[in-house]
Write a protein that binds this ligand. Structure first.
Ligand code: AGP
Length: 608
């Protein structure tokens, strides 16, 4: 996600901001920029590309004199990576500049309103709306203008703001996206994350939601959204620089697992409006949706596993036949894509060679392709006919977690929308599913809180040789991802099996103490999976069961149970995968593996 740094104090701001932004590079970005008040006006320099480009553009900050400013590294969500879409953004008079991390959910109606009042926009970003909206409310009092904007804007934001008419102060504002402030004898600082200012101070203030901070060279004041001043105590950071990049977590993978409630929210909420699903970027009319006769879902690895899950939901909710294929197979099997076939490719990186090839093959056969992608401006995002972004932010760990969860959300929304438009999903069921979707972030948070229990269980399997994951229907898809998470970071052999398929061979591998993780979240298949658990237990297996709260019958056949909060049957992957991610992670940690960078693997497989 984006990085913000701000400074006001005794020293030149630009070099401090550039240094701070360099400490946030690990967060992933595609463009950078700075706004500095030079004594007369706010000057902005910004550019697509690496921070080095901005450093060269400003001669290390020397060409941007001034002691107050804000800077930004942008991870594109709305608007491709480009000079004009880079932050900071100005108002038209160039008297206000803003940098932003987050997603403004209602930026389209706000932009329309501002344009109707004569405002002109230069970028494709949601952030530029903020610059003009602050201008719209600004009558000389920055705090008043900022709090009015906070009342109007929906979504997540961490902001740095400067006003040319108030050069002795800079502002920080927060709702949902992280933001901290700090102070030392030379000035005051704003940052998205601790690493950016650790060099200057270890005493920081974590800004809470809906709070505004006014920073001057030698002091700060905190306010709530009603402009009432708030007391605030600093926190002393005792992390080293490396730990600080991971937000205090031991690995990026664990940090990203814990970001899943937010990435699910960020992918979900901007697409739910007035109890309906609105997917602006789908690029399909209701008529075109009704004309779909078949869907092909093509992807690799974990993205493929989300596709297997989606098959059940598209076929169940929208009654559209779905074929799911790994891209490396699809591209060579001369796929038969008949009239009315929609192709969906799924990719976190948007650069996976096989998936990109499958996209091109489908287009060559005359079919439009929808890309479900996390990286804005990536090859698949650029070449797909339409793109539905997952807004999970940059994923650093090779083993995907938060992007996987965001892909599931995108697919749920798509299948529900198709079902509603095609009249195969009843209004009442649609409404109940929307409520279940909104509960997922909190339920994921609850499951993540279980980490110590999972860690203790995982420690028992550090020496395991073979682990099997079994399930039926969507539970089989969950088993695939659980198995991949374990094997790709712990190097323990693991297989996912359709539970009903075990007795056709694989069950001969079950020995005394072999761990079998049975996923049983599908009520209609529960008894069947239960009997498969009994089968493997009879052959000596140790059975870990993952099932819904209330299914205590499972304790007849399971040695260890993990219960999930209740949700719609089609959404259980979003919950069941959490303990399985934690299990794979803690086994790998216990084995001393390089969790974030497993051997032989790359974050994006850009070659065949
Ligand atoms: C999953 O943890 C792996 N990193 C891998 O299977 C990954 O999902 C696959 O390579 C697809 O990558 P993509 O989503 O970037 O296309």
């Amino acid at each position: 996600m984006c990085g913000i740094v701000g400074y006001i104090g005794k020293h030149e701001a630009a070099p401090i901001i550039l240094e701070g932004l360099s400490k946030l590079e690990y967060r992933g970005y595609d463009s950078t920029g700075m706004a500095i008040f030079d004594g007369e006006k706010i000057r902005i320099k910004k550019s697509a590309g690496r921070l080095k480009v901005l450093e060269e553009l400003t001669h290390g900050g020397a060409t941007m004199p001034g002691v107050a400013g804000i800077g930004h590294t942008r991870w594109a969500t709305h608007g491709v990576p480009s000079d004009v879409n880079a932050h900071p953004h100005y108002n038209e008079e160039e008297t206000i500049a803003v940098v932003h991390n987050g997603i403004i959910e209602n930026y389209i109606p706000l932009r329309e309103k501002l344009m109707s009042k004569g405002y002109k926009f230069t970028s494709d970003t949601d952030t530029e709306v903020l610059a003009h909206l602050i201008d719209y409310y600004y009558k000389g009092n920055p705090l008043e203008a900022i709090t009015k904007v906070m009342h109007r804007v929906q979504g997540s934001y961490a902001l740095g703001i400067i006003f040319a008419e108030h050069p002795d102060q800079i502002f920080a504002v927060r709702k949902d996206s992280p933001l901290i402030v700090g102070q030392n004898e030379d000035g005051c600082f704003i940052a998205s994350d601790v690493p950016a200012i650790l060099k200057y101070t270890r005493k920081v203030y974590f800004i809470e939601n809906q709070e505004v901070v006014r920073l001057r060279a030698d002091h700060m004041h905190f306010y709530n959204v009603d402009e009432e001043e708030l007391p605030k105590e600093p926190v002393t950071i005792d992390w080293d620089a490396d730990a600080a990049e991971k937000g205090g977590y031991e690995h990026f993978m664990l940090k990203e697992m814990y970001e899943q409630p937010k990435t699910v929210t960020d992918t979900l909420m901007p697409r739910i409006k007035d109890n309906d699903i609105v997917i602006e970027e789908l690029g399909m009319s209701d008529e075109e949706i009704r004309a779909i006769r078949k869907i092909f879902i093509v992807a690799c690895g974990s993205a493929y596993h989300t596709g297997v899950t989606a098959k059940y939901i598209f076929e169940g909710a929208a009654r559209i036949p779905v074929e799911v294929d790994v891209a490396s197979e699809f591209r060579y099997r001369k796929p038969i894509l008949e009239e009315g076939t929609m192709v969906i490719v799924i990719s976190q990186s948007g650069e996976t060679a096989d998936t990109l090839a499958a996209l091109r093959e489908s287009q060559k056969l005359g079919h439009k392709v929808l890309g479900i992608v996390n990286v804005v401006g990536s090859s698949i995002a650029r070449e797909a006919d339409n793109v539905m972004y997952t807004w999970a932010g940059p994923e650093i760990a090779v083993a995907t977690t938060k992007a996987y969860s965001a892909q599931l959300i995108a697919l749920y929304l798509l299948a529900m929308k198709f079902g509603k438009v095609r009249g195969t999903l009843a209004e009442a069921e649609f409404g109940s599913m929307l409520e279940d979707l909104k509960r997922l972030p909190g339920q994921i948070e609850r499951l993540l809180a279980n980490k110590e229990r999972i860690q203790r269980f995982a420690n028992r399997y550090i020496g395991a040789k073979d682990v099997f994951f079994i399930g039926r229907g969507i539970d089989y898809a969950i088993s695939m991802e659980g198995s991949l998470k374990l094997k790709e970071i712990s190097y323990i052999h693991s297989e996912a099996y359709a539970a009903g398929e075990l007795k056709h061979g694989t069950i001969s591998l079950i020995e005394e103490g072999t761990l079998v993780a049975a996923v049983a979240t599908q009520d209609s298949l529960f008894q069947k999976t239960l009997s498969n658990m009994v089968e493997v237990k009879a052959r000596g297996a140790f059975v870990l069961a993952v099932t819904n709260e209330g299914n205590t019958d499972i304790e007849k056949a399971a040695d260890y149970c993990i219960y999930l909060p209740k949700t719609n049957q089609w959404f259980t992957n979003s919950l069941a995968i959490i303990p399985l991610q934690l299990f794979g992670y803690y086994v790998a940690v216990g084995k001393g593996c390089d969790v974030d960078k497993p051997r032989n693997l790359a974050k994006s497989v850009t070659v065949e």
